[in-house]
Design a protein around this ligand. Structure first.
Ligand SMILES: *Cc1c(COP(=O)(O)O)cnc(C)c1O
Length: 359
């Protein structure tokens, strides 16, 4: 066998999760968020599988151009807009839409030499306090865009929610009220909802929803896993056992001797490590599945390997399939053991991991 680590991407699950978005927000159009290499699943692969989406959201002109070069003709929205006025000619030529969130972008756009007008979304900061115009200034920004020959006629309006993943947090209602009042009287399609809001806050759906994480079959909430949200995990990160060794009580496992065998025991070695995107911060006790059975991680994760406690799996053999997260082992659970969220685990799969497509 070649080095057995891989990420299997289930394209049918991607499409089913898009259907889940439609079921939750039947009246809204879908701007499928595929930034960061499709949350680690492959930008073009995801865009092709999600052909039925109404538009795609990316973070940079580079990502947008990769999609255009692959023949993706959908509207593409650059969610942070442009970073430098020099990008505007490509943006205009390739019919990319941009988010305008700051005065400096507005000025660059007004002064630019482009001849084909660009589609613009105005981003309003209703409480995330990251990017966006203040609600009180939106009407003036809207008018300036209206008056600019560089801007296409249909201006759209958006905001981003900070706490939508907490169903009990009243801040979402505050942000929504602030957004509704900021855009009152302005003509244009509106968008508020990320994945969490698609599932938990129907009053935010409006004309466009912007799901990301749920498309990849991951719960956006801290207290549920995909299955409970009727989502299907798209990525399965797996490898195989490449060694099983027996150690004595008191022997230490791995770098720093951080884990000490409490008794004589079998230890399995899996060919996956932080060089593949299995975080070094993963705490001992994190479950992996060996041939479908749970085994806890022991010792520090190395660059190319990790070790598991096989005391409860006497039947385990070299070559057995090991699932690190995916179809059978919820990534939501793995993320908790790494002190992070599934988004970071998905984006962290490294270049050297071969991708296998399914469905
Ligand atoms: C990344 C992003 C999203 C998607 O968020 P999820 O939590 O993955 O659904 C939506 N809108 C904007 C502006 C984003 O940057």
């Amino acid at each position: 066998m070649t080095r057995p680590v891989r990420a299997t991407i289930d394209l049918k699950a991607l499409r089913a999760n898009l259907q889940r978005v439609h079921a939750a927000a039947p009246l809204a159009r879908v701007l499928a968020v595929i930034k960061a290499n499709g949350y680690g699943h492959g930008l073009v692969r995801v865009a092709e599988a999600l052909h039925d989406a109404d538009a795609f959201g990316v973070a940079s002109v580079e990502e947008a151009l990769v999609l255009r070069e692959a023949g993706i003709a959908h509207p593409i929205v650059m969610l942070e807009g442009f970073f430098d006025a020099a990008e505007l000619s490509e943006i205009s030529r390739h019919r990319l839409s941009i988010v305008i969130h700051h005065e400096h972008q507005l000025l660059s756009l007004e002064k630019s030499a482009i001849t084909r007008p660009v589609s613009v979304w105005i981003k309003i900061d209703t409480g995330m306090h990251r990017i966006g115009f203040e609600p009180s200034g939106v009407a003036a920004v809207y008018q300036r865009l209206r008056n600019s020959k560089k801007v296409a006629a249909r201006i759209r309006l958006m905001t981003h929610l900070a706490n939508a993943d907490d169903r009990g947090d009243g801040f979402t209602e505050c942000q929504l009220a602030s957004f509704i009042s900021a855009v009152d009287g302005l003509d244009g399609e509106r968008s508020v909802a990320n994945s969490a809001a698609v599932l938990a806050w129907p009053q935010t759906h409006m004309e466009w929803v912007r799901p990301g994480i749920m498309l990849y079959g991951v719960s956006p909430f801290l207290d549920t896993v995909a299955r409970q949200e009727e989502l299907i995990p798209v990525m399965t990160f797996s490898s195989r056992l490449i060694a099983i060794n027996r150690f004595k009580r008191g022997d230490t496992i791995g770098y720093g001797g951080a884990w000490i065998c409490p008794e004589d025991m079998p230890v399995g070695v899996v060919a996956a490590g932080y060089g593949d995107g299995y975080p070094r911060s993963m705490a001992a006790g994190a479950p992996v599945l060996v041939h479908g059975e749970r085994a806890p991680l022991i010792g520090r994760v190395s660059m190319d390997m990790l070790c598991v406690d096989l005391r409860n799996l006497p039947q385990a053999q070299i070559g057995d399939e090991v699932e690190l997260w995916g179809k059978q082992l919820p990534i939501e659970e793995a993320a908790r053991f790494a002190g992070t969220i599934p988004y970071e685990l998905l984006c962290g799969i490294t270049q050297r991991v071969p991708i296998v497509e399914q469905g």
